[in-house]
Design a protein around this ligand. Sequence first.
Ligand SMILES: [Fe+2]
Ligand SMILES: [Fe+2]
Length: 163
Amino acid sequence: MTTRSEPAAPALQWTDELALGVPRVDDTHREFVDCYQVLAAAETPDARLAALETFIAHCERHFAQEDRWMKIVGFPGCHEAEHARVLGVLREIRDLLAQGDTTWLAQLIREIPEWFLTHAAGMDSALVLFLNERGFDFERETLPDGAQPFSCGPAACTTAGGC
Ligand SMILES: [Fe+2]
Ligand SMILES: [Fe+2]
């Protein structure tokens, strides 16, 4: 029914330059790339839907892990909201795809690489730096004994449009 002018080789590949130096983060990001490649290579409607479901399940785990760490250390900013925004888009596209509309999936596949590279180098990198500076234990998901979560104080948090 539909024809595709691609698929070209996936534009997103794992390289060591993407590593942020924390095994749990890097393993998760490598899995993101793997899931993306399966999605980008899927050729039949059933395969595309299954690959998108798998990609969404990955993103739910991936983003929940980072959101959990942000809560533990009191990480400020809009990182968690960005995760929620992306998951909302993915679920909308999944619902459209389930109805046979592949338009948005094609655009999603084109846009994910740039989004991920920007997100990993910006928000995720900043989070890792913040966690490392506080001695966060990524395996046990704990701060050192006696360390308090970050708090910018009520005055600073009243500033609108922080991100
Ligand atoms: Fe991430
Ligand atoms: Fe993130």
